[in-house]
Ligand binder design. Structure first.
Ligand SMILES: NC(=O)c1ccc[n+]([C@@H]2O[C@H](COP(=O)([O-])OP(=O)(O)OC[C@H]3O[C@@H](n4cnc5c(N)ncnc54)[C@H](O)[C@@H]3O)[C@@H](O)[C@H]2O)c1
Length: 257
């Protein structure tokens, strides 16, 4: 059996209906896995499911949820086990951004970013690990950002939340190693997703040129380029990696320019 065998993989992916999460789902499906899309955007979820699965069965591969509710996340993982069987891998990818000066941020805005990006990932990893433990092991991936390793103006909550995710990945990895569960993280740089495209359209070509100038490879990354690394980390090809955060940013964070 190949170390890249996903043929019996059942993989919940939070934020699976758009951008990076959806690309990971597409790559998983192409590799023979059964990705399950967990998302809170109903129309987006429906469209993504329709693209991934034949219409008649699509609904059973999608779960509408807000990852910031512990009860909901744990209930959905139980429902997944009842409908599909044991979860073998999981991707805690759902995340939101808040932009603005730290002094203008309200308590609610701060809490919402932490609730989705940190607590949501915690509930997802914990629920997945509980199920994997019963089944002899598994592999989990979290989605941080280079903003978890560095920070920048007007991203206080986002970069704090992603830094927490880097450390949380290590903590899960240490606590779950004896259960044969690996936990790794990707820290993407500038990736071409609907959110980035909307920002690019709003800010204009000059802003984008300045931004990509900061990337050693002078371009945005694609969601496929994140998905490739995601599948590697999820697979047994990465069998001796755990607690690791892999930066995938075209050389943005190593670049002094
Ligand atoms: N695009 C980038 O440049 C970039 C860079 C670094 C890190 N990231 C991280 O990658 C992840 C995916 O981002 P993306 O760019 O694909 O964004 P996206 O907005 O295209 O996708 C995020 C998905 O998460 C879902 N979601 C958001 N909050 C949710 C919640 N509370 N419950 C359930 N689902 C929820 C959204 O509906 C959406 O489908 C995020 O964690 C983001 O922080 C993205």
């Amino acid at each position: 059996m190949s170390a890249f065998d996903f043929s019996s993989a059942l993989v919940p992916v939070t934020g699976g209906a758009s951008g990076i999460g959806f690309a990971i789902c597409k790559h998983l499906r192409a590799a023979g896995a059964t990705p399950l899309l967990l998302d809170y955007n109903a129309p987006q979820l429906e469209a993504a499911l329709a693209e991934l699965y034949p219409a008649e069965s699509a609904a059973k591969y999608g779960y509408l949820l807000d990852v910031s509710s512990a009860e909901t996340v744990s209930g959905i993982f139980d429902a997944i086990r009842d409908t599909h069987g044991p979860v073998t891998h999981a991707v805690a990818n759902a995340g939101i951004v808040w932009r603005g000066n730290v002094m203008d941020m309200t308590d609610e805005e701060w809490r919402r970013v932490i609730d989705v990006n940190v607590n949501g990932a915690f509930y997802t990893c914990r629920a997945a690990a509980r199920h994997m433990k019963e089944n002899g092991g598994g592999s989990i991936l979290t989605m941080a950002s280079i903003g978890g390793l560095q920070t920048k103006a007007e991203r206080a909550a986002y970069t704090s939340s992603k830094a927490a995710l880097v450390q949380m990945t290590r903590a899960f990895a240490v606590d779950l190693a004896e259960d044969n569960i690996r936990v790794n993280c990707i820290a993407p740089g500038l990736i071409n997703t609907p959110i980035q495209e909307a920002q690019a359209a709003k800010m204009g070509p000059e802003f984008i040129a300045k931004l990509t100038q900061r990337v050693a490879m002078k371009r945005y990354g694609s969601t496929d380029e994140i998905a490739n690394v995601a599948l590697f980390l999820l697979s047994d090809l990465a069998s001796y990696m755990t607690g690791e955060t892999v930066v995938v940013d075209g050389g943005m964070s190593i670049h002094y320019g």
